[in-house]
Design a protein around this ligand. Structure first.
Ligand SMILES: [Zn+2]
Length: 260
């Protein structure tokens, strides 16, 4: 089969998973079932039929509106689908058809879900991060990720959970305020389980860097203090994904004094 067909197939699978992520992002924080009932319009309650629920395509055909009442749906639904589709394609291009490709795609899907829930509600759901910790470790124990030994995963969990805990504790000691939520700590422990202790260190550095840039930009544009509470989860997720695709190159580049 020509490679482009497989690419398209992988992309479409990604879009469908993205459609499911939208349901998770919308329902998990509310404590609702992600399986039932079927999706319905938030305004008029009309159930959305399958042909109006195709990822991206339906949004374009219906111009982002409910077929029954005309209420507009957020552009974020197709955006999440597109991001998930592109993630599937990127993992497939980068790692090829191995068990670890599926694992890392699901890992990115979990990070996407966490990112948007954190943006919406300023929480990182335990229902994703906590099970993610033993699941990541188990994958490594069963040697499903060739580049990761189980000890690496275990150290990643300890390093991720531990280091942020120390940062949060120090910050609180110095300022008397809570700077980082427990959700971030559990998320970084989960990230450690999947990408190991080197990945965790990279994630902390990269996310602090990106977070600072964005924080300053937000501060300058809104003229408000830093305590605007920009959620940190999305930056941790970005750092982890960056490591997954470019970690070794970026670390090499950094150690060589940005010379290449
Ligand atoms: Zn409607």
């Amino acid at each position: 089969m020509p490679k482009v067909f497989i690419d398209v197939y992988v992309f479409i699978i990604g879009l469908c998973v993205g459609s499911f992520l939208n349901v998770c992002i919308y329902r998990l924080p509310a404590g609702r079932s992600i399986v039932r009932p079927a999706s319905a319009c938030g305004k008029c309650g009309t159930a959305i039929r399958w042909y109006d629920n195709l990822p991206i395509v339906s949004y374009i055909i219906l111009r982002g509106r409910c077929r029954a009442c005309g209420a507009s749906f957020s552009i974020r639904y197709p955006l999440v689908e597109l991001l998930t589709g592109l993630s599937a394609l990127a993992v497939w291009q980068h790692m090829g058809g191995q068990p670890q490709s599926v694992i890392y795609f699901l890992f990115i899907a979990a990070l996407l879900t966490i990112t948007f829930i954190d943006i919406d509600h300023r929480i990182i759901p335990d229902s994703i991060s906590l099970p993610g910790i033993p699941i990541g470790l188990l994958f490594c124990l069963f040697q499903l990720i060739p580049s990761m030994r189980w000890l690496d995963s275990l150290l990643g969990i300890l390093c991720g959970g531990g280091s942020l805990f120390v940062v949060a504790w120090t910050y609180q000691l110095l300022t008397g305020k809570e700077g980082m939520g427990g959700g971030d700590i559990k998320l970084l422990a989960m990230i450690g389980a999947f990408i190991g202790w080197k990945g965790v260190l990279f994630t902390i550095m990269a996310s602090s860097f990106i977070g600072t840039l964005v924080g300053v930009a937000v501060m300058l544009s809104t003229r408000q203090g830093m305590k605007l509470a920009v959620p940190f989860g999305p930056f941790l997720a970005m750092g982890a994904v960056l490591y997954l695709f470019f970690g070794p190159q970026l670390i090499g580049w950094y150690l060589n004094g940005f010379s290449r």
